[in-house]
Every structure is written in C-alpha cells, then in structure tokens.
Design a protein around this ligand. Structure first.
Ligand code: G4P
Length: 531
C-alpha cells in the first residue's frame, strides 16, 4: 500500500450542496471559503453573482465564469482536510447536470430555508442521493429570520423525505433573538456575537451553558424554558446518533444556523469534516457482468467523466472533460485505457479550477476532480483506468419532454453551427435526435426550456451563430426495442434515433403514447427511470 496515497485519500472530503434556489447554498459555500482562510471578507462571491434566476442573468454570470456555476469543483484546505466542493447549478433546468454531479460526491449537504422547509427542488435532489445511498447532512439556514418551529421542521424532514433525523445542535432563540446553538453531543452552548462588519467576517463565539445570564437576557425566560423543554424532549424521544446509519443514508444529522450572520456556521463545518466520509470503494460493473469494488487505494488509477463543458474560458475555446478520481494517484501525462473506445490515451494538460481560473495540476488523489482538454474523445459517463476490465455505473439519464428544431439564420454559418451543436450536445444538457427516415429533420430534445435558451445564447456567443428555434408539439417520448420496421406509427408521432442510434418515438400526448404502446404489442417500449 502506498502510504502517501492512503494519507491523501483519508484527507479528502468531496461533496455537493443541494438546495432549492435561494435557500443559501452560495452564501454557505462562501462562508466555507471564509472559515478556511481562502477569502478574508465575505461578499466577493455573491458580488460577482448578481441576481441569478433569470436566464439572461445566468448567461451574464456564465460570461464571468464565476465560482458558482461553471467551476465544476473547487478545492481548498479547511483545517487538516482537503475540501472538494462539486458545483451543482441551482436552477431546475440544469438538474441533469446536477444529478450527474451528485454521483461524483461522497457526501451531500442539504441546505433548507428555515421559513420554507423542504421545497420541491430539494426533494428531487434528495431522491437521487437516497437512490445512491449518499450520506446527507442537513443545514437549516436563515435562523436569524422569522422561521418555522424547529420541531416542525424536523418533523417535515422525517415525513416528507422519509429519513430519520438527529438534531446535532439545537437553536437558541430564533429570528432576531437567534444567538447560539446547543451542541447536543458535547452538551455545551455556543453563544455568538456579530462583528462590526456583520457576516462579512467570522462571528465571535463563546462557549457557555444554558444557564448563562447572557442567554436569559437575550431570549427571555419563556423562550429559554421552551428551549430546555425541547432539548429534554429530543433526549427522551429522539434516537441516539449512529455514524454508521448516517454513512448508509438512513439518518441525517441536522444543524441549525445562519449562513449570513455566521452563527452556527463554524461548528457545522467542524462537524462536517468529522462526519463526512473520505472516498470509499465504488461498485463498478465487471466485464463478466459481476459487480466489482474499486478500492480507492488498492486499485491503480481510475476515474469517470461526469461533466463536459466547452468554452469555459474564452481565451482557450476548447472543451474540458471533468473526471472524478475514484482510485489511485493521478499524475500528469499518465497513460490510461479509455474503456469505451478501447484505446490508450495520455492525460496531458490537466487542470483544477478555482473561480474560473485554470491551474495546471501535477498530481491528484481519489475524490479530486480533474479537468482535461477534450479533443472529442470523452463522453459523459466514460470510464478510464490503468487496469481496465470494468466500468463505473452508468450516470442518470433523462427522458426528454421538450423538443425543438434549431437552425442557423445564416446558412453560411452551417459549419460553425455544426461544431457548436456537437460540442454543446456533448455536454449532455440537450440531446440531438437524428431522423430514422430520410427526409425528416434533426430534432433537439431537452428537459427544460431554459436549456434551449442557453443553447441558443451560447451558439451565438461562443460560435458566432444566430439561430432560429421552432418549438415542436411533442411532449413525451419512449425508446423502442424489437423489429422497428414493424412499428405502426400513430398520426402525430415521429420515429427518431438517439445519440447511440437507439430508436426513439416522440408523441404529442401521453394518450397517444399509451395508444401506440397498445397498437404495437410486438415491440417493447421503455422509458428511463426518473429519479
Ligand atoms: P442560493 O445559492 O441557494 O440560491 O442562495 P444564496 O446563497 O444566493 O442566498 C439567497 C438569498 O438569501 C440572498 O439574499 C442571501 O443573502 C440570503 N441568505 C442566505 N443565507 C441567509 C441567512 O442565513 N439569513 C438571511 N437572513 N438571509 C440569508 P438576496 O437578497 O438574494 O441577496 P443579497 O442582496 O443579500 O446579496
């Protein structure tokens, strides 16, 4: 065993933050940078971010290539661990990218707005984590604002998400009176005060007990009594915390805090680095169909591509493939097997990313994310390794629901258009479906409207091609298997081929789809499992 590899692997904490937009993911990420010493004043990340919900804003943000959206992973040291935060775009139309990114995480932080509780986007993302048995820590944010009752929130987590909860800490006061948290394992209070700059700098913290007169003065006797009662209720009725249950995804430790004021933030990070697991063995599919574990230390270098992004930096104008290292040490110019293509390739010019800036990388370890220039050889989901003989599990794919034709306004731009479309569909947000029958047109398929807007914007911005989009009436799809020549097409449907040449039918309605399935009993129709 390589002791350096084992030591470096044990130090890695690779995770993603999931939340509904606006719950505070960006603010929390920024505070992690603040507490790790990467930045000295908070406000920088949000400052470059602008208001992010509208498509046009996302696009201007994209141009800046800031931390939040395009940097696939950020790496930095926090105390004695190496943090890898995988970026998960917040907008629901980018969920495919987010789902794939979650597969690269060893652990997830779920941020919940204390006033809103579990929201739609969080539920969807949570399901993906559950399916993959990814351990989840819950961060209940915005405790400095009027919010829901903490016991209610715990209840909602248990009922809506069907996961056991363990209150790792408990809030002292709420809204304007939120002044600290009670650490239930250590049985101590952490009492916070804002610095003159508010949340821009670390909050002052004092370790004390619930009987400290400062607490009584801050929250008053009734609230103090309520907090004490809740704590004894949790002790009596709640379960003890079992780390194994957390690692297997059965229970989520819950933390109450305010990312904005920094109250409760540092104890959360400290608990996080203690609880979050370093990279573990991953289960892959062996060539004989049997599952094989890929141990991060025992197995020589292996990785898989979970994200592809073109033109991240206008100065380079190329496509980067991001891989998650699953085992072994990565070194520059390493020669590896590309399992799908069955050939050897050299991993030259590897990069890590921070704030959109490329940094050349000489070595990396399990849990790390490395970006390599992709001269068209990598596709999402590709496995690469030294040893060969297995493939990492396929990444989540999605059943498209929105369909359109896109063409260049100026036919003279066809070449640039084709190049752009090839690169952008390679990123996996939009699929290109080719006609099954001669005479039909290429159709683009996606799961969200914003994906199309972004594609058009990027074709113009990055490839100089203005495009025209024609929406199509199809609303659902299905792959078919069997003798496709026998397929009896209903009036409105159309037969296409997906990127892997698999036949796929598009329908205008669910009714038509069901009718078609009945009419073609000799063919097998199948959809993807939706998370
Ligand atoms: P997101 O990445 O999950 O979408 O959320 P983000 O961190 O951008 O936070 C969304 C809004 O919520 C921001 O306000 C942010 O300041 C605020 N926020 C985050 N954490 C807390 C918290 O603990 N307490 C309170 N009170 N607010 C919090 P904004 O008005 O959209 O932006 P800004 O003008 O404050 O920068």
């Amino acid at each position: 065993m390589n002791p350096d590899l084992a030591k470096q692997t044990a130090k890695r904490r690779t995770f993603a933050i999931i939340s509904h937009p606006d719950a505070g993911k960006t603010t929390l990420t920024e505070k992690l940078l603040l507490y790790s010493g990467m930045i000295h004043t908070a406000g920088m990340v949000r400052g470059s971010k602008g208001r992010k919900m509208a498509a046009s804003d996302w696009m201007s943000m994209e141009q800046e290539r800031g931390i939040s959206i395009t940097a696939s992973a950020m790496q930095f040291a926090y105390k004695d661990v190496v943090i890898n935060i995988l970026d998960t775009p917040g907008h629901q139309d980018f969920s495919e990218d987010t789902y794939r990114t979650i597969t690269a995480a060893d652990c997830v932080i779920m941020v919940i707005d204390a006033a809103k509780g579990v929201e739609k986007q969080t539920r969807k993302l949570f399901e993906v984590c559950r399916q993959r048995r990814i351990p989840i820590l819950t961060f209940i944010n915005k405790m400095d604002m009027p919010g829901r009752d903490p016991l209610d929130l715990m209840d909602e987590l248990e009922n809506l998400l069907q996961i056991h909860t363990f209150a790792y800490n408990w809030p002292i006061g709420a809204g304007r009176d939120f002044c600290g948290v009670y650490d239930r394992l250590e049985k101590k209070c952490l009492f916070f005060t804002k610095t003159a700059t508010g949340g821009a700098e670390k909050a002052d913290v004092e370790v004390t007990t619930l009987d400290d007169p400062k607490i009584l003065e801050k929250i008053g006797p009734a609230e103090l009594e309520k907090t004490k009662e809740e704590l004894s209720l949790l002790d009596v009725a709640g379960n003890a915390f079992n780390v194994q249950d957390f690692l297997e995804g059965h229970v989520t430790p819950v933390f109450f805090a305010s990312a904005l004021t920094n109250f409760g933030v540092e104890p959360f990070f400290d608990a996080f680095i203690h609880l979050a697991p370093p990279p573990q063995a991953r289960i892959a599919d062996g060539l004989t169909g049997k599952e094989v574990p890929i141990d991060p230390i025992e197995t020589p270098f292996s990785a898989y591509i979970f994200k592809i992004q073109s033109n991240m930096d206008k100065r380079h104008r190329d496509s980067l493939a991001f891989m998650r290292i699953c085992s072994g040490k990565f070194e520059r110019d390493l020669i590896v097997k590309h399992h799908r293509l069955g050939k050897e390739i050299r991993l030259s010019r590897p990069h890590s990313m921070f704030s959109g800036e490329r940094t050349t990388l000489d070595e990396a370890y399990p849990g790390d994310v490395v970006g390599v220039i992709n001269p068209g050889v990598f596709a999402i989901g590709d496995t690469i390794s030294i040893k060969g003989g297995f493939n990492f599990k396929p990444l989540p794919r999605f059943q498209p629901e929105i369909f359109a034709k896109i063409s260049p306004k100026d036919v003279g731009k066809r070449k640039a258009f084709d190049k752009g479309v090839k690169q952008l569909t390679g990123e996996g947000a939009i699929q290109m479906l080719r006609p099954y029958h001669e005479g039909d047109d290429v159709i683009y398929a996606g799961v969200g409207q914003l994906q199309f807007e972004v594609m058009q914007y990027r074709l113009q911005d990055e490839y100089g091609v203005e495009t025209q989009l024609t929406s199509l009436p199809y609303t659902c799809s299905s792959w078919i298997e069997g003798d496709v020549k026998l397929f009896q097409k209903s009036y409105n449907s159309i037969l296409m081929k997906d990127a892997n040449d698999k036949p796929m039918v598009l329908f205008v309605s669910q009714w038509e789809k069901q009718y078609s399935i009945k009419q073609n009993a000799n063919l097998k129709f199948f959809d993807l499992d939706q998370p």
